[in-house]
Design a binder for this molecule. Structure first.
Ligand code: HEM
Length: 145
């Protein structure tokens, strides 16, 4: 049977109220400013992005704008982008800790909760895709039993 969601309001996928492009820009700039100063995360970002930092910030504004405002501006592949680094659950934990603190500093509580929820879900999905963390699938490499 075809399933219609036409008359339903599903808050979990609705664009976040109270979010503006200016707020996203402030969140992104504040967060990555703190990331750069972090002893564990900073070096990873500096090494990967030292010559294209502003481009990265622009991509991240597009990314969050696509999520929060459904602007569709982000067309990248986050799983592929993270595969080049030796990321660990601890690094993801630190990333989330910094992101959550920044969202709470920069946004109203309900808006912060929205960004934090999305970041947690995406962090989990990235870790599953990278085969790390408690939910890693640990699939055997192709060709081996
Ligand atoms: C251990 C945690 C993380 C580290 C160290 C990390 C590091 C990086 C680095 C170095 C890049 C630049 C890749 C490149 O262009 O060469 C990047 C890109 C990106 N990251 Fe992360 N990241 C982390 C977690 C996350 C999380 C949790 C999210 C989402 C909530 C995220 C979203 C993105 C996106 C959207 C891009 C842009 C990918 C593209 O170019 O399309 N990252 N990250």
């Amino acid at each position: 049977m075809a399933y219609s969601a036409t008359n339903r309001s599903i808050s979990i996928i609705a664009p976040a109220r109270g979010v503006t492009e200016a707020l996203i820009r402030r969140l992104v700039e504040t967060f990555y400013g703190r990331v750069l100063q972090d002893p564990d995360l900073g070096p990873i970002f500096k090494q990967a992005l030292s010559h294209r930092w502003d481009e990265h910030l622009g991509i991240m504004v597009d990314f969050w704008s696509s999520i929060a405002l459904r602007t569709g501006r982000y067309h990248g592949k986050p799983h592929v982008a993270h595969a080049a680094f030796d990321l660990t659950p601890d690094l993801f934990g630190r990333w989330l800790e910094l992101f959550e603190a920044t969202a709470r500093d920069v946004c109203e509580p309900d808006v912060a909760a929205f960004f934090i929820d999305r970041a947690q879900r995406i962090a989990e999905s990235l870790q599953i895709g990278l085969g790390i963390g408690p939910k890693a699938l640990n699939l055997a490499p192709a060709g081996r039993s």
